[in-house]
Design a protein around this ligand. Structure first.
Ligand SMILES: *Cc1c(COP(=O)(O)O)cnc(C)c1O
Length: 363
């Protein structure tokens, strides 16, 4: 009965706004994580309808999904540095552009391409701080070796991925400068780098001067930024009021009896809980002591000033009361004419949505 509703109209509005801000610079739409939770294919199709024909993926199956569904000539950039030979063969079958962030990967891809009598299109990855993939900025010799020795690789791009664009301008500017120094050094040595790109959504929105030759946008498409950006979240959970209860003063609701009625009141039971992703955020890695401590501290902070959670019932804001259960939560509706079956809307990051279908709607 619950569903996650994606508004085509809001999604299109965000895409138009982002295209406007990008101007002539092409948008490479990132559709990883099953399209950030709203479905890689419907997201890609909607983007395509808005004139976007560059896509970024992190899984072979995402590249296959696009090619199998009519995206025959669009660019598909594999963002992960893949070294597995079988996967690389499949990616080349799909005409994906591959990421090369080390000499070892370059050699593997070059070898495979040579055996196929093929030229593999690649983007070089420079590690300016993320520390996952990429040539370190001082590995210019190795970068040049790719050009000199790998005859079956065609460098058609170079990029980096910022780790702090959402919250640290100084560090991001440093990383940008380092990236540009690498690009310039390659040019000076006489090598073509193809298109240079470094912006994710945060960097794109905050630093227009870093747009370069392309921008890789994911979360901005869905209107889910951690700072105000003039974009709207494109989706919400839609469900129905499951029960309406009249509770006397002094009665409690939810595990732990964390909420107690100050006076006689009316509450509604909503069939959505933390299992579905409601009020759940990314889980820290609890295998590390340091992260345990950090999580405990932030939980403590949350207890002291936890922002109230709300749902909309027939468009009216209602406060969630008591602890959210696995499959239910309760909201205060004393101020409302509220009945079983009334429509409820609430916000969950689609990446966390579980146990309900994703539905695209016109509105
Ligand atoms: C996920 C990802 C992006 C998109 O990031 P958003 O912040 O969601 O826009 C861009 N580039 C790389 C390499 C990524 O992994």
């Amino acid at each position: 009965m619950s569903s996650y509703v994606v508004s085509r109209e809001l999604l299109e509005r965000n895409i138009k706004e982002l295209k406007k801000r990008a101007g002539q610079v092409p948008i490479w739409a990132v559709i990883k994580g099953d399209g950030y939770g709203i479905g890689a294919l419907p997201l890609a199709e909607l983007l395509h309808g808005q004139g976007i024909d560059h896509f970024c993926v992190t899984e072979l199956r995402e590249a296959e999904l696009l090619r199998a569904n009519g995206f025959e000539t669009e660019s598909i950039l594999m963002l992960r540095e893949i070294r597995d030979r079988e996967t690389l063969h499949c990616l080349l079958d799909q005409r994906a552009i591959l990421t090369v962030g080390s000499l070892e990967t370059a050699a593997i891809i070059n070898d495979i391409a040579a055996h196929r009598s093929d030229i593999a299109q690649i983007h070089l990855k420079v590690d300016t701080g993320m520390g996952r993939y990429g040539f370190l900025p001082d590995q210019l010799d190795q970068l040049q070796q790719v050009y000199r020795e790998m005859k079956n690789l065609a460098v058609c791009g170079i990029y980096t991925h910022f780790n702090c664009a959402f919250n640290n301008e100084e560090l991001t500017r440093q990383e940008f400068d380092v990236f540009m120094q690498v690009v310039t050094a390659l040019h000076t040595a006489g090598f073509e780098t193809g298109i240079a790109h470094c912006c994710n959504s945060s960097a794109f929105l905050k630093y227009p001067e870093m747009h370069l030759d392309g921008v890789r946008l994911g979360s901005a498409l869905l209107g889910r930024m951690s700072f105000p950006a003039g974009l709207r979240p494109v989706g919400y959970v839609q469900t129905e009021v499951e029960a309406v209860r009249l509770l006397p003063a002094g009665h409690t609701t939810g595990y732990g009896a964390l909420w107690k009625a100050k006076q006689d009141c009316k509450i509604a039971i909503i069939p959505v809980g933390w299992y579905h992703g409601f009020q759940v955020s990314c889980k820290p890695d609890m295998s590390r002591k340091r992260d345990c401590l950090r999580a405990a501290l932030s939980a403590l902070k949350g207890l002291l000033k936890r922002p109230a959670a709300y749902v909309l019932i027939k468009g009216k804001k209602c406060k969630v009361i008591g602890a959210i259960g696995m499959l239910h939560c309760a909201v205060e509706v004393s101020h409302l004419d509220c009945r079983v079956g009334d429509l409820v809307e609430l916000q969950i990051n689609p990446l966390h949505v579980k146990g309900m279908p994703i539905v695209y709607k016109e509105l």
